[in-house]
Design a protein around this ligand. Sequence first.
Ligand code: ADP
Ligand code: MG
Length: 626
Amino acid sequence: MNNEGNFSMKKAFEADTGRVLNIVINSLYSEKEIFLRELISNSSDALDKRRFLSLTDKNDNVGTDDLKIEIQASKKDSTLIIKDNGVGMSKEELEKSLGTIAKSGTTEFLAELEKNSGKDKKKKDVNLIGQFGVGFYSAFMVADKVEVVSKGVGQTKANKWESDGISGYEISEANKEEVGTEITLHIKKSEKEYLDKERIGFITRKYSDHLMYSVNFIDGKNEPELLNKASAIWTREKKDISAEQYEEFYKQIGAGFNKPLLTLHNKVEGTLSYINLLFIPDSRPFDLFQMDVKSKIKLYSNRVLITDDSESILPRWLRFVKGIVDTSDVDLNVSREMLQHNVTLNKISKALKKRVINELKKMKDKDQEKYSSFWNEFGIVLKEGIYEDFDLKTELLELSKFQSMNGDKLVFLSDYIEKMNTEQKDIYYLAAENKEMAEGSPHLEVFKKKKLDVLFLTDPIDTFWLSMAGEFQDRKFVSITKGDIDLTAFSDDKKEKEKKPPAGMKGLVEKIKEILGENVQDVKVSTKLVDSACCLVAPDTGMDVQMERIMKIQNKDFKGMPRILEINPDHNIIKKLNKIKDTDKDALNDASFLLFDQAKMVEGELPNDIAKFNQRMSKFLGIALS
Ligand code: ADP
Ligand code: MG
């Protein structure tokens, strides 16, 4: 029971919440002022939600002009109050929203924070706070006690949540007439500057000038004073908005922290009418590769927020794009479930995808350095689109960069094609786990010798789109680890052109095949190997080696198809084996397996039977050293 006689309950923070809180409070002293941005942006979100309700639900009809935020400061009591008449929270919501940081990614957040060190540490920490949506807790940077009194729309009772930010929190019944939320910060002695009207005005303008709602300052003595412009920035003309203003808005909506890499602000009128203000951030958010992360564009209908959780505006492969879309063509009353199937939205979505692609194209042509930095951050996500949005395959392939055998720099497909041998028709690629693995592949030997470049496709997503994309500008993608590739056309050497596989190898090939049995589909004499004794090739009809590996990772039972072992007839080992094939059965047997296991290992796989591999290896070493 608290002293008003109401039922109240005390609860400890969840373990992770406590840890996060501790970090928030103690390691962010360089930019404490952001607490105000976080609280104001929460109020703005709550006002957005109420505005939507009042326009769609007859039970709550608050006028748009009445929706507002107030800040009250009392130096006498050392309190700062942030008050809004947004949707408010019920008791359960208070507990759920403020009692836990029940967000996915909390663990990653902690790991990330603990990892960071050095000069940029603080900056990074502040950036992370916003990313993880622990915004509200930033209040504890400046307050030693926080009280949140809130009343939800349609509720008769209000509740109070209070906490010192250390041990836990307490919820009790409270008195509040109006729907909305009132947050009282008991400002720490050391942080009195945040009771100062000038300071508050400055911070509000800095971060929240373009909020749609007015923020008034009230000190009880003077008239309320409007602190911000209160006009939705996207509705204004481009020419009236400065780079700094875009940047502030970008930060305010949590799109990023430094400067946006690209800002797309367009007003479209005609059969479709909408405004988009989209940003591509300059660096990856922490959760870019989390499975459940979707694109999150805020969708407004005439400045009323409909949803900020819709995949219907941009696809997942553009999830790095942040911002807002405002259209009068979508009815407010459309249910959120139906947004996916909304014809107008689908059209807008299509247009936006094209727009983003076009802007990236422009950047690619105009500013290579900038494009490179974009590609390094988000290229791997953009490539998902080749697979997911097949219509856009060509445009996306044009924007894609790849590693290649002939250099350290990433290349566009157009670069590759431009430098192709005049006789070359196909795009050669090697899919591998990473560049180092690719470089060690025996499959490359003949390409090096013939001076043909090979693309290294090292992202897991590559194997997926490759299985569908097939070609680019009428050039087929050909895996060099698959089937027979005829390279005789590229030889200047007449003798080589006429060279036939040496006849004397037939017996050896057959014997090795018999020894390896079902481990291989076939054994062949290679026309491609130069330095290595052997390699494994996927059959023409089979899966690319790397694709098979990915399948194996995803499905433990996946066996894959046996591959073809190619042997190099010019290699010393093979020549020697050919000599002893009829006289030393044991040696041939062991050597065949050793060669096969070697070929597997160079593809990044383990020998079939590690114990046997070891035995054979020791045996051979013993002989070699004796
Ligand atoms: P985020 O804003 O990223 O969700 P916060 O920590 O800033 O994370 O806020 C947590 C949650 O608390 C919000 O999602 C919202 O549900 C609730 N909340 C915070 N402030 C308010 C407010 N003024 N009015 C209504 N709900 C609020
Ligand atoms: Mg927030």
